[in-house]
Design a protein around this ligand. Structure first.
Ligand SMILES: Nc1ncnc2c1ncn2[C@@H]1O[C@H](COP(=O)(O)OP(=O)(O)O)[C@@H](O)[C@H]1O
Ligand SMILES: CC(=O)OP(=O)(O)O
Ligand SMILES: [Mg+2]
Length: 408
């Protein structure tokens, strides 16, 4: 790495989307951001925003983008058009969000063939995510074989969980033979948001206990004691826990035997049912909280039911993690729903005054992109909205790793 190489391109490849940011770690500024949506459909869309130079501004491309490889090539073209192409000598690394790192990857890791093989081995436990992450890494490596590709794992932050939280109460030999345990996901977000929450309170992360509610399309809760994760709602895979856009979250595992024995469904059919046809979409046909709120305002009962089930589960996790932590300093809402849906935040903490939780409804309704407190001034527990920034966190970790390596 040359001394002038201070830029990091971050790729967050999801099952049907790629979010990306080009950052300059010299000052943490963003040079370009974008999103490729609906990959594999006829109506794919690439939204690219250059934040610097003559071509600064937003551009959009629509039309079919067949797969993640095509998506990344389109992203590379957009960056080149701004003079920010992948051939730039200023690029120090490409950082990749990798969802499942198993127990092995507890730190950001420079990807080589052996690392890639291990990420591939974990595909069965992150079938919606790891394949896209792998394609992202392979495509980026083909475009810039000389650059370090750094994987930052969703599971890493959760590796501090005590055995009592990570272990499922099933036969120990079977669990160990198949590495079945709670891994947890969205860790980069939980780490970033819990730290930012401490900062908002004017305290050191070591002195603060936080419940983080990451409510995006995928959703998870975590209990963070003094900066370390002690429990989280996702498990072996990102299916467990909260009600999500298309995933069921917690169910009685016997539902799966029942569907096999009584409804004659195959394992793959049940997998699709629970991962893609459940959650909000299964309950009411929509997975977007904006649409659900709109339907509720029109008196739609299915949308109301979906909302109520979503909130009930969320409340249960707030209560559970309150008990796990014993003392809670703050609850932080983050990601698409957590940052934007005031009615979700209001309903999730309603009736929890005895736990020291109360919102200031004017603050809760205010729109802002900044981290902020929304609790009533006399409430014992702070309630915060903290925009997550997985890309910045991935860039920081990737840059730190390659900078340290270059000093060796
Ligand atoms: N203004 C808004 N009001 C309510 N919900 C919103 C709003 N904007 C986004 N969302 C919700 O956020 C979700 C996407 O969250 P995001 O964190 O971007 O998810 P992911 O990273 O999993 O794709 C959408 O599906 C939608 O439900
Ligand atoms: C792990 C996970 O659920 O990620 P996402 O929310 O991006 O789907
Ligand atoms: Mg997300």
């Amino acid at each position: 790495m040359t001394a002038t190489a201070t830029r990091v391109l971050v790729l967050n490849s999801g099952s049907s989307s790629v979010k990306y940011q080009l950052l300059d770690m010299h000052d943490g500024s963003r040079l370009a951001v974008g999103l490729v949506e609906r990959i594999g459909e006829e109506t794919s869309r690439l939204t690219h925003t250059a934040l610097t130079g003559d071509s600064a501004g937003k551009r959009e491309r629509t039309g079919p983008i067949a797969d993640h490889e095509a998506a990344l090539k389109a992203v590379a073209e957009e960056l080149s058009a701004d003079g920010l192409g992948l051939d730039s000598p200023e690029l120090a690394a490409i950082g990749h969000r990798v969802v499942h790192g198993g127990l092995r990857f507890t730190e950001p890791t420079v990807v080589d063939d052996e690392v890639l093989a291990e990420v591939e081995r974990l595909v069965p436990v992150a079938p919606l995510h790891n394949p896209a992450n792998i394609t992202g890494i392979r495509t980026a490596r083909a475009l810039r074989p000389d650059l370090p590709q750094v994987a930052v794992f969703d599971t890493a932050f959760h590796t501090t969980m005590p055995e009592s939280a990570a272990r499922y109460a099933i036969d120990v030999e079977t669990a160990d033979a198949h590495r079945i345990r709670r891994y947890g996901f969205h860790g980069t977000s939980h780490a970033y948001v819990s730290r930012e929450t401490a900062r908002l309170l004017g305290k050191a992360p070591e002195d603060v206990n936080v419940i983080v509610l990451h409510l995006g399309n995928g959703a998870s809760a975590s209990a963070v004691r003094g900066g370390r994760c002690v429990d989280t709602s996702m498990g072996l895979t990102p299916l467990e826990g909260l009600v999500m856009g298309t995933r069921s979250g917690d169910i009685d595992p016997a539902v799966t035997f029942h569907l096999q024995r009584v409804a004659g469904m195959s394992t793959d059919e049940i997998d699709v049912l629970l991962n893609k046809k459940s959650g909000l979409v299964g309950l009411c046909g929509d997975n977007d909280m904006r649409e659900i709120r709109r339907r509720i305002d029109e008196g739609d009962e299915r949308a109301q039911l979906a909302f109520d089930v979503y909130i009930h589960r969320l409340k249960k996790y707030i209560g559970a993690y309150y008990a796990v932590l014993g003392r809670v300093d703050a609850i932080a809402f983050t990601a698409g729903v957590g940052e934007n849906a005031a009615p979700v935040r209001e309903a999730a903490v309603a009736g929890l005054e005895e736990l020291g939780l109360a919102l200031d409804s004017a603050l809760n309704d205010e729109r802002s992109d900044d981290a902020r407190l929304i609790s009533a001034p006399d409430a014992r527990v702070a309630v915060a909205v903290v925009p997550t920034d997985e890309e910045l966190e991935i860039a920081r970790q990737a840059f730190t790793l390659v900078s340290d390596n270059s000093l060796d």
